[in-house]
Design a protein around this ligand. Structure first.
Ligand SMILES: Cc1cc2nc3c(=O)[nH]c(=O)nc-3n(C[C@H](O)[C@H](O)[C@H](O)COP(=O)(O)OP(=O)(O)OC[C@H]3O[C@@H](n4cnc5c(N)ncnc54)[C@H](O)[C@@H]3O)c2cc1C
Length: 396
């Protein structure tokens, strides 16, 4: 087979949307998605691998992200959850680290304020947050409290007449090396309940140290945070964050976003593996002409579109106000497991070139590991679902 036999520039199903789920969007949403895609191709894709290699966040991207106005598409801008999910998948497809930056600022941080702050607090904080004039982070996980953080939050909050005193440590907090504000969840020593606080990172006693040597999401700046008797004025306690049940209201929605990241990761793996398979020749033929390689590409596609189908329906349920915790949990567990399989297949299709970042696939492969484990690990989300279908908790 000659090289000219495959038109590598105009591959069919270029968007990977094999069952045309995008047709479920309104025409306004489709136009906006196209605009976001152009932005990502222009501003994110060209810098993604270099930032990842250097483990540096592109700070000059923040004003550009502000301009394209991606924060809070559902609650603020009135778009559907399906639209928000497809946009998040597209950002991930361009770069999972940038999607994680947005997932932390928008989903976890802004989501905490939107769901748990009073009207007065929202009025005071949200305009700067929506415009990315203030960048946010979300501090829940601790050095000794990961999967069990709900019952095991060790960071304490103590009311001291006119301010809360926060003490303790947080680990893995995305964006926290440069964030202006961090929502910190801490256990109130008075009633033992986990409560939420908006903490200004310039307050005395607050410290953040970058976690170095990561093999996944290297562009994301994760930090170890220390809180040494940080005095947080009373107004900065989130009015509606009074127990871990309230934190779960935020996590239910963000788990959905992470499942959409798993879709984006698989579309990215499909893009790179398919292009490589038609361009790379062995035995005088393109890799794509080998039956085993075609089957692997089809497996990636099948995984990606079945994950997408699940997410399309879950997004509809979310908009109808009917999505349940266990449905988000199953979506996160299932799509990330499929993602792990897909990126490994994609990595294999690139052979040796699959392990160097120059060819696009190694970054996707490595990033899958963090997505599999954060926002509730695969196992914990599986057990949340297992509890819902058996009535028996196997978590503790
Ligand atoms: C890149 C990255 C970004 C992150 N960003 C943030 C952030 O911005 N804010 C934040 O608060 N957190 C963040 N996290 C933390 C993340 O949510 C935790 O890593 C995750 O919840 C798992 O906790 P852990 O790492 O302590 O693992 P552990 O809880 O110690 O789990 C270790 C292993 O044991 C398994 N396990 C634990 N309990 C059980 C059980 N009952 N049954 C079966 N298996 C079990 C787990 O599934 C896992 O395989 C981030 C993590 C990463 C890696």
């Amino acid at each position: 087979m000659s090289q000219a036999a495959i038109d590598t520039e105009n591959l069919p199903y270029a968007d990977g949307d094999f069952y045309a789920f995008e047709q479920l969007l309104t025409s306004k949403e489709r136009d906006r998605l196209a605009e976001v895609r152009q932005f990502l191709a222009r501003e994110v894709q060209p810098i993604a691998v270099d930032c990842w290699n250097r483990a540096e966040f592109p700070m000059d991207l923040i004003p550009k992200l502000a301009e394209i106005d991606l924060v809070s598409p559902v609650r603020r801008q009135g778009y559907s959850s399906l639209f928000a999910g497809l946009v998040h998948a597209e950002v991930t497809r361009a770069d999972t680290s940038i999607a994680t930056f947005m997932g932390v600022h928008d989903g976890l941080f802004t989501g905490s304020i939107e769901a748990l702050a009073s009207e007065e607090q929202k009025e005071a904080w949200l305009p700067d947050i929506y415009a990315l004039r203030k960048v946010g982070a979300f501090g829940l996980t601790e050095p000794l409290g990961g999967s069990d953080v709900a019952g095991g939050t060790r960071t304490t909050a103590r009311w001291d007449g006119d301010a809360w005193i926060l003490s303790g440590a947080k680990r893995w907090i995305g964006n926290a090396t440069f964030a202006d504000w961090v929502v910190i969840y801490a256990r109130d020593v008075a009633d033992n309940q986990v409560k939420g606080f908006l903490v200004d990172t310039s307050l005395p006693g607050y410290g953040a140290t970058k976690i170095e040597n990561k093999i996944s999401l290297r562009t994301v700046q994760n930090a170890d945070i220390t809180l040494d008797n940080v005095r947080v004025p009373g107004f900065f306690k989130l009015a509606g964050a009074n127990s871990f049940r309230d934190v779960n209201k935020v996590l239910k929605v963000t788990r959905l976003a992470v499942a959409w990241q798993a879709v984006g990761q698989q579309l990215a793996a499909f893009d790179v593996a398919r292009r490589y398979a038609v361009e790379r020749f062995q035995f005088g033929r393109p890799l794509a002409s080998f039956q085993l390689v075609q089957e692997q590409l089809v497996q990636i596609l099948g995984n990606a579109v079945s994950s997408m189908g699940m997410m399309v329906r879950l997004s509809q349920l979310e908009d109808a106000g009917e999505a349940k915790d266990e449905q988000s949990a199953l979506a996160k567990a299932f799509t990330t497991a499929r993602m792990r399989e897909s990126v490994a297949l994609g990595r294999s299709i690139l052979g040796g070139n699959g392990i160097v970042t120059d060819y696009g696939m190694a970054k996707i492969f490595a990033d899958a590991e963090a997505v599999y484990s954060y926002e509730g690990t695969y196992e914990v989300n599986a057990l949340v679902t297992g509890r819902a279908i058996t009535g028996v908790s196997a978590i503790v």
